[in-house]
Each structure stands twice: as C-alpha cells, then as structure tokens.
Design a protein around this ligand. Structure first.
Ligand SMILES: Nc1ncnc2c1ncn2[C@@H]1O[C@H](COP(=O)(O)OP(=O)(O)OP(=O)(O)O)[C@@H](O)[C@H]1O
Ligand SMILES: [Mg+2]
Length: 339
C-alpha cells in the first residue's frame, strides 16, 4: 500500500493563484480562505470527490503566517489503522515489532506549519479520541510513550463523507466533529458553478503547455465547450482536468472538437435534445425535452458572451431577472447566490 507523506513548501503566490474560478461561490470561498488563514482555527473542508479540497487546504496554509513552514498532507485512508497512529504521532523504540528506533511522527514534521488530515472519516474511533486530545492540549503522545510532546501545528481536515450520518450511527465522534469544524468550508460541485468550466479548461490547457514547452497552443471549439458546459461532472474538477489531459494527447489539430470528447459527454445533450420526426406510441417527455433545449441555449448564450449574464439574457430575449431565475433552476448558479 503506497503511503503519501509529502512535505510541501510552495510559494504563496503559485498556489493561491492556482485556485481558478470567478463563480460567486468561488469568489466567496477565496474571501473565506483569506479570512481563516489569518487565524489559527481548525478547519473542516467538505465536498464531493475532486472538487478541490486539497487545493483549498493548501491555499489556506499558503496564505497563513505559517506559509514558510511545512504543509503535510496525511491520507487517513491510505494506511492500516494501527500504522496510522505511529505515522501521525511517532513511536518509541520497542513500542511494537519493527519499531527499532524512536521515530517522530507527521505532527512533529509539520512543526510550525499545517497538517492536512485528508479523508478524516476513515480515521478509526480509537485514534479519533487521541486526535481530539491533541487538538485540546497541543501535545502528541508517541506510541509506546506516556510522555506528551508539545507541538505547534494547525489542523485542517477534509472529507467527502457525510459526517453527520456517520455520527448518527456512531462511526464518527461528535465531539471531534465539532472540534474540527470550528470553521466549516463547503466546496460546491462543479455542476453548480458551470460558468467556471471554460476558465478551468483554459487553465489546464495552459498548465499542459508549461509542462510540455514547445507544444502548440490548443483551443476548444465552441460546440465542444457547450458539451463540456452541459455535462454534470460527477468527478468534478479532477475529472475535467483528466479529460483535458486526454484531449491534449489525442488532438491532432489546433482545435479540440466534439468528435474528440468521450461518448458520455459528446452524446449527452444531443440524444435528449433531438426533436423526433414523428412521435411514436412511446411518446416523449415534453418537459424534459423543453428543459434540455432551454439548458443548451442558456449555456450557448453564456458561452458566447463569456459568462456575461446581462448580455446572455439579451441574446435570448429575456429580462435579466427571468434569466437569473432560469439560471438558478438549471443549477448554473446556486439558489443562495446573489445575481
Ligand atoms: N478551482 C480550481 N482551480 C484549479 N485547479 C483545481 C481547482 N479545483 C481543483 N483543482 C485541481 O483538480 C484536482 C483535484 O483537486 P483536489 O485534489 O484538491 O480535490 P479533492 O477534493 O481533494 O479530491 P478527492 O476528494 O478526490 O481527494 C487537482 O489536480 C487540483 O489541482
Ligand atoms: Mg483530496
């Protein structure tokens, strides 16, 4: 089993500016990052797989006074339970078979910096109690030692699990939950901030060019972008990033066309949007069809106007308020967003 223990020290500017997005939810998120970075509070980041939990954790660290010290991510799901404790808190020589020397744990390696406890829902209950103690008294106890060692570490945790449901079935400790989420940060799925898709695509295309200097610049055709915009992205930003990577490899011209997209993305709206020549006895779902056509045209208008809602509303012959209501219904902007 591979275990990632990366001690990362990147400059503030690189990482912070890497959090791409201009959707209102992302702008608010950026402001929240700035605010929580200044205080040493514990943060719990939640969101679906691939939404950017780690990049946000890193942005908090990089904007904080701790930025010159290590950022240490620990994936709580990647280690067998008994090893996780000694990885985190260290161990004393002879504490268990194979513990030939004293070893400092990841909390110690993160001294002065930030430890990022990823997939915190996977942490066994026994260890949750010990973590709670560390958060409360700022002391870690290496396995096999009864002496506590003082540590100065900020804790950021993340999960894509529903911790409330886990608490209800006694699989996660409620006291730890409240201690962790002094500031909760919820990252919305990509389908609730679709207007950021073109920005993210451009960002990943540009990143690929940095990695492969000399590669020719690529663009995504308008039609292909409409498909990317309409897709629901269950794997969120990571899925989009991987797709852009794949398209770069497959693309033989300077434009990424619909034909290059995987069938689930290329065909999704077309099948739903086609108006049949003749209605057969199975009938159609008129509401679904109308909604789907409406969604495509809205996406197209936003795409053509670079996300300018006023101009897009004009293109569609709608009042701005009607258009905003439609955007909310289609999930282009979330119900809580201001226009
Ligand atoms: N807003 C963003 N701007 C630029 N890149 C992003 C953004 N959000 C996510 N990414 C990129 O998408 C990928 C997935 O992000 P990240 O690893 O932070 O997600 P995650 O929520 O931790 O995923 P998982 O739940 O699978 O661990 C990373 O390569 C990250 O750099
Ligand atoms: Mg992650």
């Amino acid at each position: 089993m591979a275990f990632e223990a990366r001690v990362i020290d990147r400059s503030y500017a690189t990482v912070h500016s890497a959090l791409i997005g201009e959707h209102p939810t992302i702008r608010k998120l950026r402001a929240l990052i700035e605010r929580v970075a200044r205080q040493d509070v514990t943060v719990l980041i939640t969101g679906e797989s691939g939404v950017g939990k780690e990049i946000v954790a890193q942005a908090i660290h990089d904007s904080s006074p701790r930025r010159d010290n290590p950022f240490v991510p620990v994936n709580c799901a990647a280690l067998p339970h008994d090893l996780l404790e000694s990885e985190m808190f260290g161990h004393q020589r002879g504490a268990f078979t194979g513990a030939a020397t004293n070893r400092a744990g990841l909390f110690m390696s993160a001294g002065g910096g930030t430890i990022f406890l990823d997939e915190i829902s996977e942490m066994p209950l026994g260890l949750q109690v010990k973590l709670l103690r560390v958060l409360e008294d700022g002391m870690v106890r290496p396995v096999g030692s009864d002496r506590g060692l003082r540590v100065d570490v900020r804790v950021i945790a993340a999960t894509n699990a529903d911790l409330n449901a886990m608490i209800a079935r006694n699989a996660f400790r409620e006291d730890l939950f409240y201690r962790l989420q002094v500031v909760p940060i919820v990252i919305p799925p990509l389908r609730e901030r679709r207007s950021d898709i073109p920005l993210l695509v451009d960002h990943f295309l540009a990143q690929a060019r940095v990695r492969h200097p000399g590669a020719r610049p690529l663009r995504v055709s308008d039609e292909a972008m409409v498909h990317l915009w309409s897709y629901d992205w269950p794997g969120n930003v990571r899925e989009l990033e991987n797709l852009v990577e794949r398209m770069i490899i497959l693309c033989e011209s300077d434009t990424i066309e619909v034909s290059l997209l995987p069938p689930n993305i290329a065909n999704q709206s077309r099948t739903a949007d086609e108006i049949p020549e003749k209605l057969d006895e199975r009938g159609i779902d008129l509401n679904k069809l109308v909604k789907s056509i409406e969604g495509r045209l809205i996406n197209q208008a936003l795409r053509q106007t670079g996300g300018n809602k006023q101009a897009a509303a004009r293109l569609l012959g709608l009042k701005r308020t009607t258009f905003a209501a439609k955007l909310r219904r289609c999930g282009v902007i979330s119900p809580s967003d201001a226009d």
